[in-house]
Design a protein around this ligand. Sequence first.
Ligand code: ADP
Ligand code: MG
Length: 705
Amino acid sequence: MGCCEKKPDITELFGSNVFNDKAMRERLPKDTYQALKKVLSGQTELTGDVADVVANAIKDWAIEKGASHYTHWFQPLTNITAEKHDSFINPTEDGGIIMEFSGKQLIKGEPDASSFPSGGLRATFEARGYTAWDVTSPVFLKTDAAGDVTLCIPTAFCSYTGHALDKKTPLLRSMNAVSKQALRVLKTFGNKTASTVLSTVGPEQEYFLIDRDFYLKRLDLLMTGRTLFGAASPKGQELEDQYFGAIKDRVSVFMKDLDIELWKMGILAKTKHNEVAPSQFEIAPVFSTTNIAADHNQLLMETIQKVALRHGMACLLHEKPYAGINGNGKHNNWSLSTDDGQNLLEPGKTPEANEQFLAFCAAVIKAVDTHADILRATCATSGNDHRLGANEAPPGIISIFLGDTLNAVLNSIARGEKYKAGGKEFLKLGVDTLPALPLDNSDRNRTSPFAFTGNKFEFRMVGSSASISGPNVTLNTIVAEALDELAGRLEKAKDVNTEVAAYVKEVMEKHGRVIFNGNGYTEEWPQEAEKRGLPNVKNTVDALKAYLTPKAQKLYEKYGVLTKDELHSRYEIYIEQYYKHINIEAQTAVRMAKTLYIPTALNLAAKLAKQIKNLKAAAVSTTVQEKLLDNASRLLSAIDKKTAALAAAAALAKAADDATKQATIARDEVFVALSALREDIDALEVITPADIWPVPTYAEMLFKL
Ligand code: ADP
Ligand code: MG
């Protein structure tokens, strides 16, 4: 589109594919609209009559927009969204059809769920599961490049026995749990207006783009999402010329297209920029309530890949697509807001607001320290192991960054001293006003896995390809537990003010160890963390064990978020996924070695041998050629041996009789064998003529965009 052509009106475009409040008001009879609003705010349940009217209106709206099918859209425990499309058609007696969509079809679906993993929750003969509309996340239309339109109903997915088989169900449960406990705390502070507390999230999504021609030539990218091989490009990210750099035209056209697709679906795409690594980018929305943010992030990940394709590119969401340069994370900005308009992690301007803020802040500190192991587990995948605990930070240690001011304030409360800064004094909780906490980047720490950023906490461990549901289920639940205890204390206290001070003091004494304001990327930090007794969990197999502890079970059961069986099923599925991903990597690596790299090495050796023969016949020196041939032969034999070793390790893992054992062998043997093979293949790459190297190189993939 040129500069002078008419551009779409974004205010018109935004949410045009969402059955939102505007659409509801326009299309529903007044009484139905009012009844539905009550359901949406949690005051009443959806009745069959109302559902029928709503479903009919949604159907008419969807058909007008070109839809012929609907789907109950849900998030199973594998990392995708699932959809099965049903058309609206219904046969009539005269051999024709009518388009129908009932309230029942809107509210409940019964997909054959036998192919989704249940981690032992559902016997295979009990194949049915059901999906139930999450009324708090609006119905929307998905369109594809070919113009096909599908009505999507965001749903939760359960087994017939009522067990959660998805990521949405526990998220909704955890939102209720944290709301309930936060309201109790707010009441003790005299709040009479709030009726719900919503957990809010703004996830910042990092990704790479790559020209699709290169992408299609890399079996590893196609099969595993990351490059299993590839010598470092001569230039990486060391010039620091990519971060926030000017966006290339090709990328900026793509980003614009992406924004438009997202806006149509009501996704609040807001910020976009170049990230640290070459061809790496970020997109962040304006935050929303956790369940909607989770739905939107899933949609964003799907849309970003589709739109990239339209622009002749592929989008890489893997946590570590390329070795040696930055990986992809997803910063999970989390907070709690009341329906009367307060952000509970915003310090506020009055002494009373400050006191309440410090109480909530202390509760978060306590929760994160107490359940650091579970939080770490929520970010554990084979892909994210390349970031957490590997060469890249944040490390596998959970710590909290508070910033100098807040840290000093909490410490002075703990010591019963007054806090002084910039001529301002903070003497007593609930009496004095806190000095303003800096909101800008000057007080930022980019190395902390859990950082206070002025009015929210930013959890930076989450993997780029992961659903944000898991981490937020845990955040909501652990904070619910801390608030439950705090509420109990405040409800009994003679004086709230004194009790909050005592609480902050106790939290700082018992849990202050989790606060770390220094550089998390240094070598000293893991040693220091060990002294403080903070866990440093470096891989998924170890991290996932946190789901099996009595502590975790008690936590999730007490707040009605996950039963013991549900928790164990999650462990089983995640550990199995870890094994399967590593196994796919091994199979792919073996295939590439045998069909691409070994033949290339043979080709190189044959060329050199032929040259040597010809040169010798002409009595010309062959020193250089012989040295090269030597090198190539040595690498060839190492690659051959290491390929066999990798295949053997993969076979060993496969033969193990349970998923945990398989995963352990995958980590200790398969992954190690794969890394060893990579060394020789990458060494071969840098001595092989470019014209016979069989796959695109790092330099091409990263810089030819
Ligand atoms: P950065 O961390 O890159 O400086 P911002 O501070 O602008 O970026 O915010 C990052 C994300 O945090 C955005 O998605 C933003 O909407 C979100 N955010 C801001 N306030 C809140 C809040 N109260 N709750 C949850 N997320 C929030
Ligand atoms: Mg950020």
